[in-house]
Design a protein around this ligand. Structure first.
Ligand SMILES: Nc1nc2c(ncn2[C@@H]2O[C@H](COP(=O)(O)OP(=O)(O)O)[C@@H](O)[C@H]2O)c(=O)[nH]1
Ligand SMILES: [Mg+2]
Length: 375
């Protein structure tokens, strides 16, 4: 018996080589698919390996390749049975190969083994696969092979990489001479009103600044009441503006303040009428900063959609509800898609304490420190 191994790019070509060289009598002993080449597991090529065997019979006795029995030829009962069996075997093999091909297609990105647990951890934290691949590649480039097993080294490197990715931060500065006008926009329920309450309280009570609040969220009575309650608690006046013109007038009335926060209503970003209304308010107010508030609990796809709807008039970001998620890494998916700076992060319902100025270090710790162990 002669055994031969054939390696090719795909099943069809490799099989036809087997058939051409060994004839249709050849028996497939084994099929295998694997990857070769590439750099540290990336950019590898798929290969198909087929091991086939054929009985060592003199060439002149071998059946002609592709020979199909014709009427004139006598085909014995035994030959026909063998032929059927062979076709059955071939079908089975093709089925197995097809299954392998499918599995190969679904195979997850192959990260180098020592970095695999880190990659899994980043995925669990809500980062998408392409971002994780990019981060892992940077670790591979920045650390020596021997350091990939060093947990402390990898962690430090990872924190540096992530820190660079969220290095664009900028907190609110009160205006001097004229008020700094800050509008918070974003979908319903992300925490705009609560965050304004926290910010206003912080600037008024801790920093002793002159602060005013204006709401254009007049869709719901409760929304106005919510802000008024915050205002009363901290001794800050709350105005309600129902039209862009009355918003402008309210802003003018508070010309003596250092900070004016505008609370907006957040109906769905798909609601274009509302978006154009919001734009009309923003055009009249021309705020110094328009901060898009996003909840860290929102899925990346939805966050990206929100970002797209609001981005044209947004200057900063605030991420809320970091206390409610273990996948704060999803923030990075978003920061990778925008150059907007992050101003604050909020981590609870308590007003005014559950808010922090966003810094790369704090963002990194929220992204990395939920849960105890990485590997
Ligand atoms: N857990 C948690 N809840 C928050 C946070 N910020 C706001 N909330 C809650 O989210 C809900 C909606 O907040 P609200 O300010 O009314 O959202 P708005 O519709 O964007 O103005 C309220 O129950 C808030 O208490 C936060 O950082 N963490
Ligand atoms: Mg609100």
């Amino acid at each position: 018996m002669r055994v031969k191994r054939y390696v090719g790019e795909n099943v069809a070509d490799t099989m036809s080589r087997v058939k051409r060289e060994l004839g249709s009598e050849a028996v497939i002993l084994q099929t295998r698919q694997y990857k070769v080449g590439g750099f540290l597991g990336f950019f590898a090529k798929h290969k198909v390996e087929i091991t086939a065997a054929v009985d060592d019979v003199p060439v002149h006795k071998r059946k002609a390749v592709e020979k199909v029995p014709v009427a004139a030829e006598v085909v014995s009962e035994q030959d026909t049975v063998l032929l059927r069996q062979e076709i059955g075997d071939m079908k089975k093999i093709l089925k197995t190969i097809n299954k392998q091909m499918e599995d190969l297609g679904e195979e997850k990105t192959a990260w180098p083994v020592p970095l695999q647990p880190w990659a899994e951890m980043l995925l669990e934290r809500g980062m998408n696969e392409s971002l994780v691949s990019r981060i892992v590649r940077q670790i591979q480039q920045n650390l020596n092979l021997s350091e990939w097993h060093d947990e402390a080294k990898v962690r430090t490197e990872l924190e540096e990489i992530i820190g660079r990715m969220c290095s664009n931060t900028a907190a609110i500065e009160p205006g001097s001479g004229k008020p700094r006008v800050i509008a918070l926009v974003g979908p319903t329920g992300v925490g705009k009103t609560t965050t304004i309450g926290k910010l206003a309280a912080g600037f008024k009570i801790i920093d002793n600044r002159r602060v005013a609040l204006i709401t254009v969220d007049t869709y719901r009575v409760a929304a106005v009441e919510q802000l008024k309650t915050f205002g009363e608690l901290i001794g800050v006046s709350v105005e309600v503006a129902t039209t862009p013109t009355s918003l402008r007038e309210a802003l003018n009335r508070h010309d003596d303040k250092e900070l004016i926060f505008i609370d907006t209503s957040g109906r769905s970003p798909q609601h274009y009428l509302h978006m154009s209304e919001l734009r009309a308010f923003m055009d009249k107010a021309s705020p110094d900063q328009t901060i898009l508030v996003m909840s860290a609990t929102t899925q990346t796809m939805d966050q990206l959609r929100v970002l797209k709807s609001f981005e044209s008039f947004t200057t900063h970001l605030i991420f809320t509800k970091l206390d409610e998620t273990v996948s704060a890494g999803s923030i990075l998916n978003l920061l990778e898609q925008t150059n907007l700076p992050t101003a604050y992060i909020t981590n609870g319902q308590n007003v005014p304490e559950d808010i922090e100025v966003a810094t790369p270090q704090r963002l990194v710790s929220y992204i990395m420190e939920k849960g105890n162990s990485y590997v």
